[in-house]
Design a protein around this ligand. Structure first.
Ligand code: NOJ
Length: 743
């Protein structure tokens, strides 16, 4: 059935303009109103001001007593937190408590893998558990607001902040973003041991042009709504207590001055009633972005664009009063911003329990937290290749080489402000413990990932010659990804490739482990190694997880949350692209072109002469020590109505010799629509744990509503017609099965 006509459009009104699940609590609302009625304009503006902690300083104490500060960031000493809170609660006129905020991004003291790594686990329950652990640890110092999760969909490995993301897919980012929100907040934010989540960066930041941080973005509204907004909407509807504006502009409009995003969509469509905080000085940055003449203009624009809290621009503190007096910002507008802040403080229970309980303060590194962190490394390690060398069998001597084999600081990854690196266990320590000191010949070869001094390589090669197997742990130092740390070349830095070539030349089997913050271009390196474990920065327990995986006590079970490019020039690269009129076929690559070949000699389809088409490894890909077979895909019906659903089932069997996990993925394609639709879109996944020989039927309920897309900026539709679906272990596998959506 073809469906080019628009008559059959079905508007999903329920998901377009429906209010969110957040229900206003009448008692809280009346307390907010009572408090607001007593506040001076200066005190109201104070609640909108967030500033960096300066300890128990005279300046800070003075500001708090005047009611000139609403929240403080980066103060993590519970003694100071309590002293500052005492000033707010006992020595300010209205006794409004402060909120203490921090970037707790992938753990507080017990560091989990970076978010991109956690995404590779495809395990929502484990992501939630990690966030829970982070909240318990951070809240035990007084931090009750974290600036996480970051749900920016990112298709470009050059962008350093891809490390903080859940990768390139909006569905995966939605599911995992919601898991993190739940983990931080639980069902009751007022309980101790919780933190308000802050879903960021609203919005489109992951599309920063050329993968360069803070860069401009141009995103048509239908793409914004289909690709970039779904994880934000999911988080808002799951009750994320706060949101953060992004630095970038979209189509020329910076997010801190974008009422369409912040008011029309976030507040009015999604019904968000939490706090929207600016990013660090992002209000002030509207001046260099060229849309505001000065800080006063920026304050005016941000306040009228629904930004509640000014993080570090001091625009509100300096100019809001004057703007109200001049009638440029209504006092009722300020009241609404303040209401959101007070609501958060009530929801956090801070009016009743403002202080850290010193009897349970600094509660870190519980054994079960370390165990969960280790499990997360194992579940997020993606095995890209294995020539039957892993798990290691009968090895007596291991040459352990590479700059990341014993690097506590760098295995933790980006955004680890609270790292105590002595708690990180490295592969060297863990392998020494597992195999015994005599079994490990440690020769790093390079001192750090960017090291170009090749003089140590000879020692690594000598170690390789004495060993049965070489384990090279390389990658990128933590500081090569994260905010403002973008790369135009995403290959292994320094002399790592040279070292790998030298190791390969010894003839010894080589296991390459890569700890990194991004998808890297490692085609050549993969061809040199006998096995590749791609593990992202793993945090505190990276070492023990490496030891257990190498020894075969557990199989790695990560699947890529991003497409791995062959060459950097392919970026941005993503599996859910739309088709061209000339999809790649009959490719003639650069070395195959005859001399003086005619203009049309290369096939005239969509590909690169030097990179062909497609990734080195596709989204969703990852091997296991075991093997899995997929049975035929069965549908409860071959068609469904536009408001219906079908059940999609497939039996998956562990056909190998080891207990292991497989992530079963459901993809669809809308074959003909009013707009070109992606060649594949993830619609569901389930990670199953199977014993050798065990089979499990995995069943997905595919709702027709999940096939809806934005055909115009204001119309979300399920268009009737034919679709394909796949149930497979990655985005490039499986056999298509047809179904249709009827009028
Ligand atoms: C800037 C970053 O963009 C944001 O992610 C972070 O939460 C704030 N700084 C606060 O540190």
């Amino acid at each position: 059935m073809k469906k080019r006509h628009l008559l059959g459009l079905f508007l999903c009104a329920s998901s377009v303009f429906a209010a969110t699940a957040a229900t206003p609590d009448a008692e809280i609302e009346s307390k907010i109103n009572a408090l607001l009625a007593k506040m001076t304009l200066e005190e109201k503006i104070g609640q909108l001001n967030q500033q960096t902690g300066t300890g128990y300083s005279d300046d800070m104490v003075g500001s708090i007593r005047k009611g000139a500060v609403g929240s403080i960031l980066n103060e993590v000493d519970p003694v100071i937190v309590n002293k500052l809170q005492h000033e707010a609660v006992e020595n300010s006129r209205l006794g409004i408590p402060l909120i203490f905020a921090r970037d707790v991004v992938h753990g507080f003291k017990t560091i989990f893998p970076i978010p991109l790594g956690q995404a590779a686990s495809w395990n929502p329950a484990l992501v939630e558990q990690g966030a829970r652990i982070a909240a318990v640890e951070a809240a035990s110092t007084g931090v009750r607001w974290t600036f996480s999760p970051m749900v920016d969909v990112s298709r470009d490995g050059r962008w350093g902040r891809i490390a903080e993301s859940f990768g390139e897919d909006p569905y995966l980012a939605s599911v995992l973003g919601v898991s993190m929100v739940k983990g931080y907040q639980t069902d009751d934010l007022s309980q101790p041991g919780t933190m308000a989540a802050c879903t960021k960066h609203f919005a489109g930041y992951g599309a920063s042009e050329s993968g360069k941080d803070y860069n401009t973005t141009w995103i048509p509204e239908v793409l914004l709504r289909d690709m970039y907004l779904p994880p934000f909407e999911a988080a808002a509807r799951a009750g994320s207590a706060t949101f953060m504006c992004s630095f970038n502009d979209i189509n020329g409009v910076p997010s801190s001055g974008n009422p369409h995003l912040n008011i029309d969509i976030l507040r009015n469509e999604w019904g968000f009633d939490g706090v929207l905080v600016s990013d660090w000085a992002s209000i002030m940055q509207m001046i260099p972005q060229g849309v505001c003449v000065d800080l006063k203009d920026a304050a005016d624009r941000a306040a009228n664009s629904g930004v509640d809290v000014d993080m570090e621009s001091y625009a509100y503190t300096r100019h809001l009063k004057e703007l109200v007096e001049e009638g440029k910002v209504e006092e009722s507008t300020i009241d609404n911003l303040v209401r959101n802040v007070l609501r958060l403080k009530f929801r956090l229970g801070l009016f009743d329990n403002p202080y850290v309980d010193m009897a349970t303060a600094n509660n870190f590194y519980a054994p079960e937290s370390l165990e969960a962190a280790k499990k997360m490394v194992e579940e997020s390690t993606v095995m890209l290749k294995n020539n039957d060398i892993l798990p290691l069998k009968n090895v007596k001597k291991i040459a352990l080489v590479g700059p990341m084999a014993d690097d506590k600081h760098n295995q933790a990854g980006t955004w680890c402000f609270d790292l105590e690196k002595e708690h990180c266990v490295t592969p060297l320590e863990a392998l020494t413990e597992k195999y015994g000191k005599d079994a490990i010949i440690y020769a790093p070869g390079l001192k750090y990932s960017r090291d170009i001094d090749e003089s140590g390589i000879a020692d690594a090669v000598a170690a390789a010659r004495e060993a049965d197997v070489v384990v090279m742990v390389g990658g990128e130092e933590a500081v090569l990804s994260g905010e403002a740390h973008c790369r135009a070349d995403i290959s292994l830095p320094g002399a790592q490739t040279k070292m790998l070539e030298a190791l390969k030349a010894t003839g010894k089997p080589v296991v390459l482990i890569i700890m990194t913050g991004r998808p890297m271009t490692i085609v050549h390196e993969t061809s040199l190694a006998d096995a590749v474990l791609y593990m992202f920065h793993g945090g505190t327990m990276a070492g023990p997880a490496v030891a257990e995986m190498l020894a075969g006590e557990v199989s790695p079970s990560g699947k890529l949350p991003v497409s791995m490019p062959k060459m950097v020039g392919q970026l941005p690269l993503y599996y859910n692209h739309v088709n061209t009129g000339r999809p790649a076929s009959g490719m003639v690559l650069i070395d195959e072109i005859p001399l003086e070949a005619p203009q049309t000699s290369t096939g005239c389809t969509s590909f690169y002469l030097d990179a062909g088409d497609g990734p080195a490894f596709p989204f969703g890909y990852g091997l296991s020590y075991s093997t899995f077979s997929y049975g035929d895909v069965k549908l409860s019906s071959a068609s469904m109505a536009r408001d219906g659903s079908i059940e999609v089932s497939c039996t998956v069997t562990n056909t190998g010799n080891m207990a292991a996990a497989e992530t079963v993925q459901l993809y669809t394609r809308d074959l003909v629509a009013s707009l070109s639709r992606p060649v594949k879109e993830l619609k569901g996944f389930e990670k199953v744990y199977l014993q050798p020989g065990e089979s499990r039927m995995v069943t997905f309920t595919l709702q027709a509503s999940s096939l809806a897309f934005w055909s115009t900026p204001t119309t979300k539709v399920v268009e009737p017609g034919d679709f394909n679906l796949w149930v497979a272990g990655d985005s490039a596998s499986g056999t298509p099965v047809k179904f249709s959506v009827t009028e």
